[in-house]
Design a protein around this ligand. Sequence first.
Ligand SMILES: Nc1nc2c(ncn2[C@@H]2O[C@H](COP(=O)(O)OP(=O)(O)OP(=O)(O)O)[C@@H](O)[C@H]2O)c(=O)[nH]1
Length: 939
Amino acid sequence: MTKPQDGKEGKEKLRVYEYAKSLNMSSKEIITILKRLDTPVNNHMSVMESGMVSKVEGFFRDIKANAAAKRAQGGQQAGTSSARQTEKRPEQQGVHTIPRQEQTQQPNQQDRQVTMNTTSNNSSSNGTQRTSQGGSRGGQGGGQGRPAGQGGGQGRPQGQGGGQGRPAGQGGGQGRPAGQGGGQGRPAGQGGGQGRPAGQGGGYGGNRPGGQGGGQGRPAGQGGGYGGNRPGGQGGGPGRPAGQGGGYGGSRPAGQAAGAGTASRGESRSTAPAPRTFGDNKPAGGGQRDFSRSGTGGGAGRSGGPGGQGGNRRGGGKPGGQGGRFDDRGGNFRSRGKNGRGGKSSQPQRDKIDNTPKKIIVRGSMTVGELAKLLHKDASEVIKKLIFLGVMATINQELDIETIQLVASEFKVEEVEVKIPVEEDDFETVEEKDEEESLVSRAPVVTIMGHVDHGKTTLLDAIRSTNVTSGEAGGITQHIGAYQVEINQKKITFLDTPGHEAFTMMRARGAEVTDITIIVVAADDGVMPQTVEAINHAKAAKVPIIVAVNKIDKPDANPDTIKQELTKYELVPEEWGGDTIFVNVSAKQRTNLEELLEMILLVAEVNDYKANPNKRARGTVLEAELDKGKGPVARVLVQHGTLKIGDAFVAGNTFGRVRAMINDKGRRLKEADPSTPVEITGLTEVPQAGDPFMVFEDERKARAISERRSIKQRQSEMGANSRVTLDDLYKHIKEGEIKDLNVIIKADVQGSLEALRGSLEKIEVEGVRVKSIHNGVGAITESDIALASASNAIVIGFNVRPESQAAVAAEQEKVDVRLHNIIYNVIEEIEQAMKGMLDPIFKEVVTGHAEVRNLFKVSKVGTIAGCMITDGKISRSAEARVIRGGIVVHQGKIDTLKRFKDDVKEVSQGYECGITLEKFNDIQEGDIIEGFVQEKVER
Ligand SMILES: Nc1nc2c(ncn2[C@@H]2O[C@H](COP(=O)(O)OP(=O)(O)OP(=O)(O)O)[C@@H](O)[C@H]2O)c(=O)[nH]1
């Protein structure tokens, strides 16, 4: 204790708060002590004169002396453990450190307490911990001693006590439950009397005259410490948090009750040692139990203790007191209180309203501080509870949901609703599970795909205008990336960017927007390459296909040929025993469009597309642009929930608040439910097509998330490639990430394409097979790369090359493109990769250069090149190439490398050496010998 003081003494104008801080106490505690010492100060800003400091010091010394005296008396009983403790606590530890140290140092006590705990019903672990403390302080604690020890023990988490000071107290509080036992256990007076073995009680009691009696007298609980001192168990006793109380208690004259209480805490911490000492001492005769009892007395103290804190604050001080907190901890307190006459009688009971919420909603881990706020508690109370639960936490420590639930139940919260939060930063990856009953049918979302000029746009326009003219005045439609039509009172949403490029781009970006695809095939043209691509893209996305055989108005239209051709792609019409719906239409003449729409509804009905409209909206950005008038606009398809004006949202890496919404008919909407496409304004930047969209509670959060997403994206762009490549294929297989190796095969002629596909599909390694998701004749196109990217596939080019755009796309998307001209090599490469046996890759690293300055011809040896190493170094084991006038004239191994007559392993820059090369004597002056090695590159 002197330490901090000393430190401060040198300082001019040491203020109360500074001094308190140096002792890890509160200003109030110091003020209380000073008052007690008849040296009142006004407030925490008052100057501590040196006399005051020494008075306080003296006060602490007295406590220690008392403790020592008690120790002397009861030390025997204290047993070895206490002895150890004592030894371990050098006085200097100072207020702050002691408590903590004690924590760690008190195994013995723990043991003891464990014994005490027998009665305790608290969780043993806690019990143990606390107990130990209890024990210690408790000495007083002992007091707390509360029977069971728990009380005591638990009550104060030791260290904490120390550290937190109060917590301890509280701990005590809780502890008490047991305590009560204690409290009750001992009949008040008895408690005291009995409880404390003379000595102990003594501890405190000893010091204090009569008081003690009182103290003991005090109803059980009151803190022995205090109790002792304070007569009547006054409030004082109770007031103080147990352990602490003890410490102070002793010092303080009765009455101080609350004040003391506080002080006690302080002290407890500061003085903690003392109390403990006491505790230890006390046991003396009493053994643990005695402690307990005394503790009880102490207990009360604690109760008081808590009170102390509480007391002061919450009225905990009051024995029973117990305000909310006490309550939490238990009736014990109260019980004590009850028993404890003093407590009750002397202190007016301040009832604390228990404002603990009955129900809390937890959305994930939170800090101790946040949890405390949620529970309407002080962080210190939560920390105390945690300590009882065996968790040492600070206010900023994150608690997982399980711990939060435990703490909440400790506070008697009746219901903890855990709402697992969406992984907010990566919200698109989280699938929200909705209760079946919350789901409502939604419109299917349809994409039209097909070969060039087969009539996709005409069909889309025909469907839209048919619908518009029938349902909308004026027939004006807006291009917002998608539109809705209504047939038989049911809606269908069409994405109005036809073609599989947009479709696959969305998929590549992780957006699963389409429910149904319509493959348009012109009846006069037949199945064309892009028809096949479209089919493969739809299949890769596992989306149902409806075939619209278009242009049936044309004289040369032959729908049956189309059906026939499509059977090759597993699209077999129902009338032929398959399950693919074919509808013959004429987009131009608007023939059979209704039937097509009905078929879409049929497929939708079978697949029963549903969404929950009653939650925050999620969706996908279909298009976005910077509009001169409106600023950034995004056309969004709402897929879940309902989007409302004013909603704050994140779209990709951008955020905003919905300022205005219009639908495809140009109408302003206030709300948009699932499957509704809307154009929204209110963004801060332009997102990208395919970006995920989601509403958040407020704009601040949306902004934070969008910022984190931007950072993450930049990082991932710099970093890794998550696509499958042959090089890391085996790893993916091993990790079970890959069930099929998707490949896209492009070849120069159909024959080799078929041969290659046949051979590849026969490969099977560890249950993994090659699956050709798309193949075709011709160059590798951008679309192939998009499909590969969306389907995590490898592209194999046989005698073909990627188009320049495709090469760029492959680079960007990190798609592995393998080019070959020998079928066997393709098969072998894929097989080896699947077996994880790809040959290691080597990289050439040039180590240095030597300039040939002289030549020495030696018979039987050959030509020795007298060289100067001009940069780097040349190693004997390196390979070398001879460069003459910029041209490599030889490449081979170094035969000998000498400095003077000695063989050396390597020669560095600036040194001369003699080099001979294996199987090469035609060296000339002026040649450069370049040394290089092959280094293995990690795949
Ligand atoms: N006779 C006839 N012509 C049609 C029909 N549908 C589309 N066409 C014509 O086919 C041509 C191509 O139609 P689009 O709708 O532009 O075809 P697309 O598939 O969208 O073409 P891209 O946008 O280039 O992929 C146009 O001249 C249309 O008028 C139809 O049902 N009957």
